[in-house]
Design a protein. Structure first.
Length: 139
């Protein structure tokens, strides 16, 4: 059951990543499915508190940065981070945010240095998804 749930998570993350790359949007239905399955997964294998803290703690600073400080982070990225927090808990999801940010930064620097492109926006879902995959493989 655990492997099946994680497989569905990875497929949904792939869907979110492809959509973010192609359309610069993350489907709410996919994020809602990740969130619901994450709560189920946490209740089965951890606790409801793990899911709830994983949803709120890592995504709250991004929400604040977007709506109070005007940072250019998409609402879909915030929702996706919150949904993955239901799976991983707050501490691992902080690592998802950090690793995803580092991966995005490496990609942007590489694109700028080797491709000479100035990017107007960066799809963040693929980097968050890659970070989730890396951390799932480690735990």
């Amino acid at each position: 059951m655990k492997i099946m749930l994680i497989s569905v998570l990875l497929l949904l993350l792939l869907l979110c990543s492809v959509s973010d790359i192609k359309k610069r949007t993350i489907p709410n239905a996919a994020v809602a499915a990740i969130l619901i399955l994450g709560i189920v997964y946490s209740v089965m294998y951890h606790s409801l508190l793990t899911a709830l803290t994983g949803i709120v703690i890592p995504s709250a600073p991004l929400y604040f940065a977007k709506f109070r400080l005007g940072f250019a982070v998409g609402s879909g990225d915030i929702k996706l981070l919150a949904a993955t927090g239901a799976w991983l808990g707050w501490l691992m999801n902080v690592y998802v945010l950090l690793l995803g940010s580092i991966l995005a930064l490496i990609w942007v620097v590489g694109k700028r240095h080797f491709g000479g492109h100035h990017l107007a926006s960066v799809p963040f879902a693929p980097f968050l998804s890659t970070a989730v995959l890396c951390l799932i493989l480690l735990i």
